[in-house]
Design a binder for this molecule. Structure first.
Ligand SMILES: [Zn+2]
Length: 220
């Protein structure tokens, strides 16, 4: 079994004490340059991927890296308040949404009916992305199940960039150029991280999807 105490002891001795100067700089405050929104998946090591030290990256993690649209902030206070704090108080320069290959959340979304009873809370959360799932199913019906899943994982990243723009405090800063939106897709099999800028053309496409999202039932 994993030995928590041993790992914490090793962290203190082999990481904290060795890099004491690095940690002393952040004792009193954090000054992260990036808000990093990604899946809860344990295979995504954000600090290693970003080559970042403690204090550089502000995290939000949820299943399938979903950003709830502004229409329903009350139901998603933990996520929305974290975005608000990062953008308004910490004044991050970058907001990144990172999806990944073999995402269990996206795979569950592909067959959500199977999980309504066994994983009611997870299904409840994922339900907000059903219109995107249905869009992929219909638009790419000729593709294999595996290819549809990859398309969903990637389009899901763009969808969250569009969703972020539904918050005035985000869109104002993106428009002013003080915040940059970026989508990432981490291929766990190759280590390659694809980078996607916030593309207005993609926005047009996803705004259509977003219209469907708006019509979807509230999740909370
Ligand atoms: Zn995932």
């Amino acid at each position: 079994m994993m030995d928590l105490n041993a790992r914490l002891k090793k962290f203190k001795e082999a990481e904290y004490d060795v890099n004491k100067e690095k940690y002393e700089k952040i004792i009193n405050q954090q000054n992260p340059h990036t808000l990093f929104i990604t899946c809860c998946d344990s295979r995504i090591d954000v600090e290693k991927m970003m080559q970042a030290d403690p204090g550089e990256v502000f995290h939000i993690r949820d299943i399938a890296n979903i950003v709830p649209r502004e229409r329903d902030p009350e139901g998603h206070i933990p996520i929305v308040s974290s975005i608000e704090y990062a953008v308004q108080v910490l004044e991050v320069e970058n907001v990144v949404v990172c999806g990944h290959s073999n995402c269990g959340g996206c795979a569950a979304l592909m067959h959500l009916d199977d999980y309504e009873t066994s994983l009611p809370h997870t299904a409840h959360w994922l339900r907000q992305s059903l219109p995107l799932r249905d869009y992929v199913r219909e638009k790419y019906s000729e593709e294999s199940e595996a290819e549809q899943l990859v398309l969903l994982e990637k389009l899901n990243v763009f969808q969250q960039l569009v969703n972020l723009m539904t918050y005035g405090f985000v869109s104002e800063k993106v428009t002013a150029g003080t915040v940059k939106l970026t989508g990432l897709y981490f291929n766990i099999a190759t280590g390659i991280v694809s980078v996607y800028g916030y593309d207005p053309e993609m926005k047009d496409l996803l705004e259509e999807i977003a219209e469907d999202v708006k019509a979807a039932p509230d999740v909370c």
